[in-house]
Write a protein that binds this ligand. Sequence first.
Ligand SMILES: [Zn+2]
Length: 84
Amino acid sequence: MACDHSKEHRSLVHVVAMNDTEGGPFTRWCAEIWIWCEECGARFRFVGVPLGLSAGQPTVSVDGYELRVPMVPVVPPRVHEEMH
Ligand SMILES: [Zn+2]
C-alpha cells in the first residue's frame, strides 16, 4: 500500500547566526528547516514562500526543500539576572 505521508514525520532545523561585519557581534539569526516523511522518506517542499534569502521574511531554497525563517533571540529575564 502506498504511503499517504500522514503518520510520522521527521524534521531537521539548523540555526545560522550572522554578523554584519567580519568578526563583529551576531545581529541576525535564521532557522533552516527540512521535513520528510518518516514512513517512506518523501521530502516535503514548502509552497507559497518566495525564493531566496531575506533578513525580513521567510524564504525557500530554489529546490523548495529548505525553509529559511529569520528570527531574533528573546533572552528569558531569569537567565539574564543570573548572569550578573
Ligand atoms: Zn510517506
